[in-house]
Design a binder for this molecule. Structure first.
Ligand code: GLC
Length: 612
């Protein structure tokens, strides 16, 4: 079965190249192609020595200095080494470009998927994918661990913002568009391999079922140490961290197939050639060891022709015994292992398993054939023109990002306070009003993200001053002003987080945020709330206190896009990609049935853009 959109001759050529190479490979070389290592755990010489298949930058896996030039040198060094290996098989370098090439300072940072979901605009998302591909391939990164097609059922999940929506059809539509944009014309030097994740039903886990963190021991493992987790970690665990992420999806097969599987079929139909397995479990089995779902359903029923990669240390979680874990993962249909640290131990273990007959040679050949086929389809064996570093953070891409920001904003309430007049006094409060880090959220420069001027762009406040130079804008982060004004704006944000670190039991605003809102409320006649968040938060008590409320999600580096809509240069058009719960009692989604949320899925007020 050919992958749609690929001409048979190109496909046949790729298959022929894969077959020729496979016939020439030794078993150790085949195992090396199935091995992915994180970039701090090896040297380019190791890549040349073993003929490794892939190197990755995990969250925050940037070179020092973190510049496009240094990225180009780092990735190029590993690639050149791969071409020194015996069979000169090119490397696939991967990174999480989940909202632009977000590990790289200077890259355009687009709204996270939840904001793109609010746009409901596949043509725009296709352009976001293409711009992302240009900014990643420019530095040699040709594999993007995106799009996530998670369909979050419980927004207490720290990965809710990586999902486009709770609506399966919308997720399928936007994932298709992103894959088409990112991969573009496969074989072109700017084509970037998509990686649809996390297969499957990663967003359907039950609170309290995650076993990722041993609460009793709390020794910080190397991965969490990479996140510089210290006393903050203990505080986050106390608030619910790692209760949901990587847990058990307790749903029946009909639900799995109806709600969570369709985006994979759609993305594969769009030509996606890699899939990442989920850490979560279904039907009592880790997805990383789930032969029925990985092989029978994904490769059999859906006809997936690409390869399946594990998540970071995903194999280690299968069983206490690593040998058993490797045997189960590869036997279930895993093709490449994101080890990512002790890769020689992994390769030795897999070699031993093949020699002992616990992993059939035919399974190894199938995995390696898939990997080589994808590398050939991507044109990695051809020496394409090196893309242009000037693409990184280009004005053109930032304009696409600003458009995405504008279209992602959801107006939840407006008693005439919006749009702002351009010549009126305005009080602006909240440190998030002038902070790119809060705008971007997790997966930005570092794994967890963080506040501050972490990457170039425009803050909301800077955008406001540019959009309305005549307005008398008074900014006090603490909301203490020496004047009253007709209109006040308060900008609140979630503290940036990623993955299970963002699992949170209580989604109400923090007491300090409520106090700030009350303080500003007392100093203006009309109050506007803008919220930067990775998910709906509980605002039921705060909405009546405000004259307008805007859900801005995690808009990224182009805060000016928010300002342009607040001042009416563009209309509000976004609609909720998730129902907005009235209380914690309406979370997870299953508990919303038969009840009225504060705002329903698809809700969003509109305004008229200022004429002229
Ligand atoms: C992480 C995430 C996955 C990411 C991978 C590489 O743990 O689960 O989404 O692509 O590791 O960074």
């Amino acid at each position: 079965m050919t992958v749609p959109g690929i001409s048979r001759s190109l496909e046949n050529a790729a298959r022929a190249r894969a077959a020729d190479l496979l016939a020439a490979m030794t078993l150790p070389e085949k195992v090396a192609q199935m091995t992915q290592v994180e970039k701090n755990s090896l040297t380019p010489d190791d890549v040349a020595k073993y003929g490794l298949g892939s190197v990755l930058s995990g969250g925050g896996g940037n070179p020092e200095p973190n510049t496009p030039g240094a990225w180009f040198e780092m990735v190029g060094g590993f690639q050149q080494a791969a071409l020194q290996s015996r069979l000169k098989i090119p490397l696939l370098y991967g990174s999480d470009a989940v909202h632009g090439h977000n590990n790289m300072v200077g890259a355009t940072i687009f709204p996270h998927n939840i904001g793109l979901g609010a746009t409901r605009d596949p043509e725009l998302v296709r352009r976001v994918g293409r711009a992302t591909a240009l900014e990643t391939s420019a530095v040699g990164v040709r594999w993007d661990f995106a799009p996530a097609v998670s369909i979050p059922q419980d927004i207490r999940w720290g990965r809710s913002f990586e999902g486009y929506s709770q609506d399966t059809a919308l997720v399928s539509e936007l994932a298709t568009a992103f894959v088409e944009g990112l991969q573009g014309d496969l074989g072109d030097p700017t084509a970037v391999l998509a990686c649809v994740k996390h297969y499957v039903a990663d967003g359907a886990t039950t609170w309290g079922t995650s076993q990722r963190v041993d609460r009793a021991a709390l020794e910080i493992d190397q991965t969490l140490a990479n996140a510089n987790m210290d006393e903050r970690f203990l505080k986050l665990v106390a608030e619910g961290a790692w209760q949901l992420d990587q847990g058990s999806s307790d749903i029946d097969e009909e639900t799995l197939r109806r709600v969570h599987l369709p985006p994979y079929g759609a993305a594969i139909g769009a030509g996606a050639l890699s899939v990442m397995a989920s850490y979560s479990s279904w039907d009592g089995l880790k997805l990383h060891a789930h032969r029925y779902l990985l092989t029978d359903v994904l490769k059999g029923e859906l006809g997936f022709q690409g390869f399946v990669v594990t998540d970071w240390e995903g194999v280690d979680q299968i069983a206490p015994d690593f040998y058993e874990s490797v045997v189960k993962a590869i036997g279930a249909g895993i093709d490449m292992v994101m080890v990512p640290f002790r890769y020689e131990h992994f390769m030795d273990t897999l070699l031993k398993a093949v020699e002992q007959g616990d992993v059939p040679r035919a399974r190894i050949d199938d995995a390696v054939s898939r990997i080589l086929y994808v590398k050939a389809r991507l044109g990695l064996f051809e020496s394409g023109a090196a893309p242009d570093l000037a693409e990184v953070g280009s004005a053109k891409h930032r304009a696409v990002a600003r458009e995405a920001v504008r279209k992602s904003l959801v107006l939840l309430k407006n008693d005439g306070a919006l749009p702002f007049a351009k010549d009126q006094p305005l009080l602006v409060a909240g440190s998030a009003a002038d902070d790119i880090g809060y705008q971007c959220g997790g997966w930005t420069v570092s794994w967890m993200g963080g506040p501050g001027p972490i990457t170039p762009g425009t803050t909301l406040l800077e955008g406001m001053r540019a959009a309305a130079p005549q307005a008398d804008i008074r900014y006090q982060a603490d909301g203490v002003f020496d004047v009253r004004a007709e209109v006040g704006l308060i900008v609140l944000a979630e503290e940036p987080y990623a993955e299970g670190m963002g699992d949170k039991e209580d989604l109400q605003l923090r007491p300090d945020q409520i106090a700030l809102l009350e303080r500003v409320r007392a100093q203006c006649d009309r109050l506007v709330l803008v919220l930067f968040s990775g998910r709906p938060l509980i605002l039921t008590r705060q909405v009546p206190m405000c004259d307008a409320v805007v859900a801005a999600w995690l808009p990224g580096s182009e805060g000016q896009g928010v300002a342009e809509v607040l001042f009416g240069d563009y209309a509000f058009s976004g609609t909720l990609p998730f129902a907005w719960p009235a209380s914690m009692a309406q979370i997870p989604l299953s508990r919303l049935k038969g009840q009225e949320p504060l705002f329903p899925l698809g809700y969003g007020l509109t305004t008229e853009a200022r004429s002229g």
